[in-house]
Write a protein that binds this ligand. Structure first.
Ligand SMILES: [Zn+2]
Length: 597
C-alpha cells in the first residue's frame, strides 16, 4: 500500500470558508430562513388532497427535504466549530441561531402532520401508490400514525410551549446541579476539589486505595445534592407522565419503543436472553477480584486495570492498522476510509481547548462526514477512530437513498460503528505482542459486554420500576436509592460487595428529555451489530454488499423487518440474541483460560 502522511486536522473550509466568521455560512443561514418561510406558507396554503392524482404532497415533501438537509448541514458545521475550540463564543451564537431555525421547522411540521392526518383513509392509500411516494411509504405512514396518537394540534402546541420551562428546564437544571458538584480529594499531601469528570477518571486508577477513597467521596458528594436531584427527577418524569396520560398512553415504554421502531416483544426477549446468560460474566468478575487480590469487587473496582499496556500507536500507525484490517472485510469500506483520511475528514489533534469525547456528523448537502476526537496513541483511541469511521460509513451507505429515508434511530445508529470497532479490536487482540497486552485488550472487550449486559441492564430495570412508582406519586430519595441498589444487585447477579445507590443522580442519562429511556438502545445496538459481525466473519469478503444493503434500509424499516429482510432472523425469538451473547462469552472463556494460572 502506498504510504501517505495523513494530517491531524480537518477541513471545514470546503463547506463554508472562514470558520465561525464565515460569510458563506451567514449567507447559508439567510437562505435557510427564506426557505423556511416559503415552506411554512406552502404548508399553510396546502389544501388537503381529495384525489389520488393530486401531486401537491410530492411538491411539499421536496421543500421539506431541501429545508431539512440545509438545516442539518448548518447544525453539523456549528457542532464542528464548537467542538474544535470551546472558547469560540461566535460559534455559540451561531448555535443559538440554528436552534431557533430548528424549532420553527418543528412548528411547521406540527401543522403539516395535522393536515396529513386529515387526508381521508382511502385517498391516503391511493396517494401512497404514486411512484414518487412509494419509496416513502414507511416514513409517511409512521408520521401519520404518530400524529394520530397525539392530541389535537392546539393542545400539542401548548404542551410544546409549556415543555420549555416545565420539562426541558428540569434537564437544564440537572446540568446546573452537576456543575456545582465538587469532589474533595487528597493527592500528594495536597487537598484538591475535583469536578465530576476528573473524579470519574480516578475509577480507572491502578491503586485500590485511591479508587475506594474517591468512591466514598463520590457517594458523599452526590448525597449532598440528593434532595435537589430527586426533586429534579420527579418533576421531569412527572411532566412526561402527565403528557402521556393526556394522550392516553398508559405504557411507559411506548414513546421509547416507537422512537426506536421496535416491538416490546423484541425488547423482552433480548433482556431475557441476557438475564439467562449472566453466569460467565459473574465468573469473570470473580476472576477479576482474584487478580486484584480481593474477595469481591466493589463498584469502584469495575474499571480498574488488570495489567499495563506498553504499546502506543502514532496516528499514522493507527490509520494504517485500521486500513489493513478493514481491507479483510471489504473494498468499499477500505476505499471510503482512505478517502476520509486523505481528504481531511478527521480532527484528531491532541491540543488544548478541544471538547472531550468523540463524534461523527454528516453534511448531507455535500455528501461528506466529519469525525471529531483527540488522538493520543492508545489502543482505545484506535478503536474510537474505527468506531467513528463506522458511523461515517453508515452515512456513506445511505447516500443514494431518499433523504427522508435516512433518519435512523438510536438502536441502529450504533450498528455500523460497533461493527467497525469490532473489526479493529478483534484484530488488536490477535495481533497483541505479548500475553500481558493480549489480556488487557481482551478485558477491554469484556468490559464492554459487562457494561451493556449489566450496567445498562441495571439502568433499564431501575428506570422502568421508577416510572411505575412515579405514576402513583413522588418517589423519595431514600426510595430512589433502594430502587437503584436492587436493580444493580439484580443486574450484576450479586457479584459485588458494594453498589452505587446514588447512580440515579450521578448518571446524566436519566435526565435527558430529548430521548426517553436512554439505555436499552445501547444494548440492542451492541448485540445487533454482533449478530451481523458473526455473519460477516462466516461469509468473508462477499458480505460487504449485503451489509451495505442492510445499512441502506436502517432509516425506513422497523428493526424486526430489517433483521428479517437482511439477516433472515426473527428478533422476537431467542436464537439471534443467543448468537451474539455467545460471542461475548467466548471472550470471557479466553480470559478465564489465560488467567487460570
Ligand atoms: Zn457511536
Amino acid at each position: 500500500m502506498a504510504i501517505n502522511t495523513y494530517e491531524l486536522t480537518w477541513d471545514l473550509d470546503v463547506f463554508f470558508e472562514g470558520g465561525s466568521s464565515s460569510r458563506d455560512f451567514t449567507d447559508h443561514l439567510e437562505k435557510l430562513k427564506e426557505q423556511l418561510a416559503e415552506f411554512a406558507a406552502a404548508v399553510e396554503d396546502w389544501e388537503i388532497p381529495v384525489s389520488s392524482s393530486d401531486e401537491t404532497l410530492v411538491k411539499l415533501l421536496e421543500k421539506f427535504q431541501a429545508v431539512s438537509q440545509n438545516l442539518r448541514q448548518a447544525g453539523a458545521f456549528v457542532s464542528c466549530l464548537q467542538a474544535q475550540d470551546t472558547n469560540d463564543t461566535r460559534a455559540n451564537e451561531l448555535r443559538g441561531m440554528v436552534t431557533t431555525l430548528s424549532s420553527s421547522l418543528s412548528t411547521i411540521l406540527t401543522n403539516f402532520d395535522e393536515k396529513l392526518l386529515n387526508i381521508q383513509e382511502g385517498i391516503w392509500n391511493e396517494l401512497l401508490e404514486q411512484n414518487a411516494l412509494k419509496p416513502l411509504n414507511f416514513v409517511l405512514n409512521e408520521r401519520r400514525k404518530k400524529a394520530a396518537e397525539k392530541l389535537p394540534k392546539d393542545q400539542e402546541a401548548l404542551i410544546n410551549a409549556l415543555s420549555i420551562d416545565g420539562y426541558h428546564g428540569w434537564g437544564e437544571m440537572y446540568d446546573t446541579i452537576v456543575s456545582q458538584v465538587k469532589i474533595p480529594f487528597e493527592e500528594n499531601g495536597e487537598k484538591v476539589e475535583l469536578s465530576v469528570g476528573q473524579a470519574a477518571n480516578k475509577f480507572s486508577s491502578s491503586d485500590r486505595e485511591v479508587r475506594k477513597r474517591i468512591f466514598a467521596e463520590w457517594e458523599k458528594a452526590w448525597d449532598k445534592q440528593a434532595d435537589l436531584l430527586a426533586g429534579t427527577l420527579n418533576h421531569l418524569s412527572g411532566f412526561r407522565l402527565s403528557v402521556y396520560k393526556q394522550r392516553g398512553w398508559d405504557q411507559i415504554l411506548k414513546e421509547a419503543l416507537d422512537y426506536n421502531r421496535m416491538k416490546q416483544e423484541t425488547l423482552d426477549v433480548m433482556w431475557k436472553v441476557i438475564a439467562d446468560n449472566k453466569q460467565p460474566f459473574a465468573n469473570y468478575l470473580k476472576r477479576k477480584a482474584d487478580l486484584l487480590g480481593v474477595e469481591k469487587l466493589s463498584w469502584a473496582d469495575l474499571d480498574a486495570p488488570v495489567g499495563e499496556l506498553g504499546t502506543s500507536y502514532s496516528y499514522q500507525q493507527g490509520a494504517e492498522f485500521i486500513l489493513n484490517h478493514f481491507e479483510d472485510f471489504g473494498d468499499e469500506l477500505t476505499q471510503f476510509t482512505k478517502k476520509a483520511f486523505e481528504d481531511r475528514w478527521i480532527e484528531a489533534e491532541d491540543r488544548a481547548g478541544k471538547r472531550p469525547g468523540g463524534f461523527c456528523t454528516s453534511f448531507p448537502v455535500s455528501g461528506q462526514s466529519r469525525i471529531f476526537m483527540t488522538y493520543s496513541g492508545t489502543p482505545s483511541n484506535v478503536s474510537t477512530l474505527a468506531h467513528e469511521l463506522g458511523h461515517a460509513f453508515h452515512s456513506f451507505a445511505l447516500k443514494d437513498t431518499h433523504p427522508l429515508n435516512r433518519g435512523y434511530a438510536m438502536n441502529v445508529a450504533e450498528t455500523a460503528s460497533t461493527f467497525a470497532e469490532m473489526i479493529v479490536s478483534d484484530a488488536a487482540v490477535s495481533n497483541a505482542k505479548s500475553d500481558d497486552e493480549k489480556l488487557v485488550l481482551l478485558e477491554d472487550k469484556i468490559q464492554r459486554s459487562v457494561a451493556f449486559f449489566m450496567n445498562i441492564h441495571a439502568r433499564f430495570l431501575f428506570e422502568t420500576r421508577f416510572y411505575e412508582e412515579r405514576k402513583k406519586g413522588m418517589v423519595s430519595k431514600k426510595r430512589l436509592n433502594e430502587l437503584m441498589e436492587e436493580a444493580q444487585k439484580e443486574a450484576y447477579v450479586d457479584s459485588l460487595e458494594e453498589y452505587h445507590p446514588l447512580f440515579w443522580g450521578s448518571k446524566l442519562h436519566f435526565f435527558i428529555t430529548g430521548v426517553p429511556f436512554y439505555n436499552f438502545p445501547y444494548t440492542f445496538g451492541y448485540l445487533f451489530s454482533l449478530g451481523i459481525y458473526a455473519q460477516a466473519v462466516k461469509e468473508g469478503k462477499g458480505y460487504e454488499q449485503k451489509y451495505m444493503a442492510m445499512l441502506e434500509d436502517t432509516g425506513s424499516m422497523t428493526v424486526e423487518d430489517l433483521a428479517m429482510k437482511h439477516l433472515g432472523v426473527d428478533l422476537t425469538k431467542r436464537e439471534f440474541w443467543e448468537e451474539g451473547v455467545k460471542l461475548c462469552i467466548k471472550d470471557v472463556e479466553e480470559f478465564m483460560e489465560m488467567t487460570n494460572k
